[in-house]
Design a protein around this ligand. Structure first.
Ligand code: MG
Length: 264
């Protein structure tokens, strides 16, 4: 099932996306919330008549750095230590206030001159969990969506902590919806800017699997329903300029599209 979150007549609702073809999609409005038992109301609205919102409002976004070897290499980082063992994953937060939905603008931050796109598969957590064993990971996942870990690369390089470089408002586009029936292990992940391909990878090239990442994260912290894990970006990251339209497409999910605007 594809679950979208949207606003209609001033109210926020979840709906199951049905139909095919961009102009024929409808939303069957959900009674309840996707993180508990819910049912479809049978009341349907055309998707192109509503405003899509971020598919979840996470309490926290936990992001993983350097999870594709080719991307780590393009930024000049090793993923193995001096003895050939994998380094522990780099883990950082993006705040809830960084999240925007598909169609929302990315506002170019005033303190950066080098904004970059990073197309990523996002995991949406379905239930409260901690210390999740590997074999239970599938039970805590609601579904998957597309993400763009928008990064002020120059700020990331000059500040030890990445809170500003990767946590500014609108630096975490998510969407367009959550796909709940998906095997995430070998999907095409692509980023285009103004229709031109910039990144193309496969989730099978992740250094650490989604299972390993969730075990690693929940060793340290409780995840709540709606929390989001960003699983790293493949090679090909590059600049975004004001006026650019950036699109992240993941096989089996859909396309997350955002335009970069000047800070007003
Ligand atoms: Mg990233």
């Amino acid at each position: 099932m594809r679950i979208a979150r949207f606003s209609i007549d001033g109210n926020v609702a979840f709906g199951a996306v049905e139909g095919s073809g961009p102009d024929e999609l409808v939303l069957d409005i959900i009674k309840g919330i996707p993180f508990a038992d819910f049912e479809l109301s049978g009341t349907k609205v055309p998707l192109n008549k509503v405003r899509l919102l971020p598919p979840v409002l996470p309490n926290k976004v936990v992001a993983i750095g350097r999870n594709y070897a080719e991307h780590a290499a393009e930024l000049g980082h090793a993923i193995l230590d001096s003895e050939g063992r994998p380094e522990a994953p780099i883990t950082f937060f993006k705040p809830s206030t960084s999240v925007v939905g598909s169609g929302d603008p990315i506002t170019y931050p005033s303190f950066s001159q080098d904004l970059h796109h990073e197309a990523e598969l996002a995991v949406v957590i379905g239930r409260m969990c901690r210390e999740v064993p590997k074999e239970r990971v599938k039970d805590v996942i609601l579904g998957y969506t597309c993400a763009n870990d928008v990064t002020a690369r120059d700020v990331q390089q000059r500040e030890n902590q990445w809170a500003r470089a990767k946590g500014f408002d609108s630096s975490c586009p998510l969407g367009p919806w959550i796909e709940t029936d998906l095997d995430p292990r070998d999907l095409t992940i692509q980023c285009t800017v103004n229709g031109e391909q910039r990144q193309l990878g496969r989730t099978s090239d992740m250094v650490r699997s989604i299972e390993d990442l969730i075990v690693h994260i929940t060793e340290a912290m409780t995840l709540l329903p709606g929390d989001v894990i960003l699983t790293g970006t493949p090679a090909g990251v590059g600049p975004l300029n004001v006026g650019d339209e950036v699109a992240v497409t993941i096989e089996g999910i859909g396309t997350l599209t955002n335009k970069v605007i000047k800070r007003g």
